[in-house]
Design a protein around this ligand. Structure first.
Ligand code: GCB
Length: 598
């Protein structure tokens, strides 16, 4: 799906701003034929949860409604009109003037709904019903239960089977699009790069709504035309190419036009970068050189906006990331906004792109030691997420396939791959992901602590080993010496088992309350966080195939209530308001002295 762009043939009208809002109370119903009866308002894009002063609404599990009026300019009514949502978390039903125009399930990918039959020139009413319910058939996975209130109405409860707050709402841009009827629907860019001759053959596959005369023009970063071709399936040759490099981005543009004689019927411009990715002898090569990942698992999480897109925070985060000497992050635990992906392309940030497959384990708790003993749970024969998982992969790869910044697809975070049945569940999903990506990016799943080399059932499926490990935090808490021994032993076993697969940590971290200090290296202190990272770093530097360290987490973030969390997860090396803890200074010394390629 193409990102909404204003071009000479396309209009994009923002529907962001203040909308009317109503929580649907238990037993209540609303018919969108009539306007919403409410005085509450919500800003879009943002989560609804932290915009309210009402604790009941903040914690609401169930349905809620957004509504606003919008005007369709008469000049646009003979074009194809559609509504485009960057995301609606987690399931949405959309109505225009009370007429149902479409539905989408899955809270982190865009959808577009044609509305010509429901709109008129001038004033119109847009209503969106949203559900934030999660269960064992959705991604992420939630534990769903129902009770009855005093009036016999059903009350829904969702207990997050994961460690982040179930923020919901219209999280990303909402736009009215006017496009030509005969238009470019999709563009797939597949570069074949010859590093020796610094040349490339670039396949540009254009999908149009009807047979059309297509013209493709490639422009360099200065806007100079470097190649042209006619037809919907072309290979264009470039000499003297500029590579897209980590932290040194270079973006070309593919301008795609549909022509009727000399008239441009539709025009769309897709940015793309030229870079190679290869896994060879335990190394992760970008443009033929061994790349070392330095960076973070992140969240889309900020004060007030919740999980809602916050472009100022995105810009700040990437500036902090670069300042600290990092070069990469993972979109834990769901695809991030299209705006963030475009920013990463432009800033040269290397991205591991993850589907919202999180919570794929029997039950989420912090008792890792007892989970180690639980090896016979029939989880994989009961979970019903396969269809949602396929859809999430299709939508993420469909959306992000042309991004130079994306170098790995993450097919799940911490699934219970130590339980029987995991391989049968994941094998078709890896096949699907590989068949969807014309750039053949490596695929992985993010491995949980219990899935040690002797227990894990899926490491043959992954192109590299991406491990989340909490030695010295959830295990050997406070004992960094014992933690170091256990961690080194495990890493060496992985390396022996798969000598050609690169290994990296995609999570490791220690909760740290900013301002808590200790002369005794106590967990939760800033000193412990520094020493914890120092212990890990010394081990990484001893493992040959170790290709990167992405720590947990970039910043403190909001979670559900629970005795293990004090106003959220405190493993950030920045606070939630992005102030540095002591570990940020320590890391900046380490990372600024490690080259991106080594
Ligand atoms: C993990 C999860 C992440 C949690 C983190 C933690 O393994 O992948 O979502 O937030 O641990 O802090 O416990």
């Amino acid at each position: 799906m193409l990102y909404p762009l204003m071009t000479e043939t396309r209009s994009v009208l923002s529907l962001n701003g203040i909308w009317s809002f109503k929580m649907q109370a238990d037993g209540e119903h609303h018919d969108p034929v009539a306007p919403l009866q409410t005085t509450d308002v919500m800003a879009v894009p943002a989560s609804f949860n932290d915009q309210t002063a009402n604790p009941e609404l903040r914690q609401h599990s169930g349905y809620f409604w957004y509504e606003r009026d919008f005007t369709v300019p008469a000049a646009l009514t003979d074009q194809r009109l559609s509504l485009r949502f960057g995301s609606a978390t987690h399931e949405a039903w959309v109505f225009v003037n009370g007429i149902a125009v479409g539905h989408h399930k899955g809270g982190f990918t865009p959808f577009e709904l044609p509305i010509n039959d429901a709109v008129q020139a001038g004033a119109n009413r847009l209503t969106v019903k949203i559900s934030n319910l999660l269960d064992h058939s959705t991604l992420p996975v939630g534990n769903y239960t129902e009770t009855k209130d005093a009036n016999g109405n059903t009350v829904s409860h969702v207990d997050e089977n994961f460690d982040f707050f179930n923020y919901a709402g219209l999280h990303r841009n909402v736009n009215l699009l006017a496009t030509p009827w005969n238009r470019v629907e999709d563009i797939t860019v597949t570069p074949h790069i010859d590093l020796d001759t610094t040349s490339a053959d670039i396949d540009i596959a254009v999908k149009t709504t009807a047979a059309a005369t297509v013209k493709v023009t490639l422009l360099d970063e200065e806007g100079t035309i470097v190649a042209t071709a006619n037809g919907a399936d072309n290979t264009l040759h470039l000499d003297n190419i500029h590579l897209w490099q980590p932290l040194n981005a270079y973006l070309y543009q593919a301008r795609v036009e549909i022509l009727d004689g000399d008239t441009v019927v539709d025009s769309y411009t897709e940015p793309f970068g030229l870079r190679t990715i290869e896994i060879k002898s335990g190394k992760f090569l970008i443009n033929g050189e061994p790349f070392y990942f330095k960076g973070f698992g992140k969240h889309e999480d900020s004060y007030v906006n919740g999980r809602g897109m916050n472009e100022a925070v995105n810009v700040l985060d990437l500036n902090l990331l670069k300042k600290i000497g990092a070069n990469s992050f993972r979109t834990s635990h769901y695809p991030y906004s299209e705006e963030m992906m475009r920013l990463c392309d432009r800033e040269g940030i290397v991205v591991i792109d993850e589907v919202p497959a999180v919570g794929l384990m029997p039950d989420f708790n912090f008792d890792i030691s007892s989970a180690f003993k639980n090896t016979e749970n029939p989880f994989w024969s009961t979970v019903k997420t396969q269809a949602a998982h396929e859809q999430a992969l299709k939508e993420m790869i469909g959306r992000d396939k042309n991004h130079a910044s994306v170098v790995i697809w993450s097919i799940a975070n911490e699934p219970a791959t130590f339980l029987p049945g995991a391989h049968d569940y994941f094998e078709p999903l890896f096949k699907l992901a590989r068949s969807l990506d014309t750039q053949n990016r490596p695929c992985t799943y993010i491995n949980i602590m219990m899935s040690t080399p002797d227990r894990d059932n899926c490491s043959d499926l992954a192109d590299l080993l991406t491990l989340n490990r909490y030695y010295g935090w959830y295990l050997q808490t406070g004992d960094l010496k014992a933690a170091a021994a256990a961690e080194e032993a495990e890493l060496r076993t992985w390396q022996e088992k798969w000598p050609d697969k690169p290994i990296m940590f995609t999570e490791f971290g220690a909760d740290t309350v900013a301002g808590v200090h200790s002369s005794y290296n106590e967990p939760f202190s800033e000193e412990y966080q520094v020493n914890y990272y120092d212990m890990n770093a010394k081990i990484f530097d001893k493992i040959d195939n170790f290709v990167g360290e992405q720590l947990w987490n970039f910043a403190d973030f909001q979670t559900k209530f629970g005795i293990n969390r004090v106003q959220g997860n405190k493993k950030g090396i920045f606070t939630r308001s992005r102030e540095p803890k002591a570990a940020a200074i320590w890391l900046s010394h380490r990372w600024n002295s490690i080259p991106n390629f080594n």
